[in-house]
Write a new protein. Structure first.
Length: 154
């Protein structure tokens, strides 16, 4: 999916989390959630986050490839368990949720992800073409949903 689609979904879901779970520090929760929602694409220098971290992005792409290790469940799971251990549970939940939202969105693309690699080689693939018309329709729907959600909670 495109950066803007990932970010729109992240804004919508983070608004939902903020409204219904009311974390003690909503700004920090949102920053961690939104950052985690774009972090998996650091493995390509073509992404927004990859463009801003180009040397690191290029190295990660050489080592893992795009939609390789950074598009598996292991990074969010490790960060979540570490945050739980060090008593940063809410931030761990924010990171895990944002990261998993990214992976979930990518499950619906034709490129898909190998969510449990290297343990399981199963490749989840969807029906959306990244940057295709259907993704733009979906993006519009998410943006409208954000607006309606904001109107509802104000």
């Amino acid at each position: 999916m495109m950066f803007k689609t990932h970010m729109a979904f992240a804004v919508l879901v983070s608004l939902f989390f903020l409204h219904y779970f009311q974390p003690q520090n909503p700004i920090l929760f949102s920053i961690v959630f939104l950052f985690a929602a774009i972090l998996p694409d650091i493995d390509t220098s073509k992404s927004k986050i990859g463009q801003n971290t180009k040397p690191l992005s290029i190295i990660l792409n050489i080592l893992f490839g795009h939609r390789g290790f950074f598009h598996t469940i292991w990074i969010p799971l490790i960060v979540f368990l570490a945050s739980w251990h060090f008593e940063y549970k809410i931030l761990g939940i924010a990171f895990f949720s944002g990261y998993m939202l990214h992976l979930t969105c990518d499950l619906f693309t034709k490129e898909g992800v190998k969510l449990f690699s290297p343990l399981l080689k199963f490749h989840f693939k969807g029906f959306l073409t990244t940057g295709g018309r259907l993704e733009y329709v979906l993006l519009l729907g998410v943006i409208i949903s954000i607006g309606l959600f904001i109107i509802k909670i104000i």
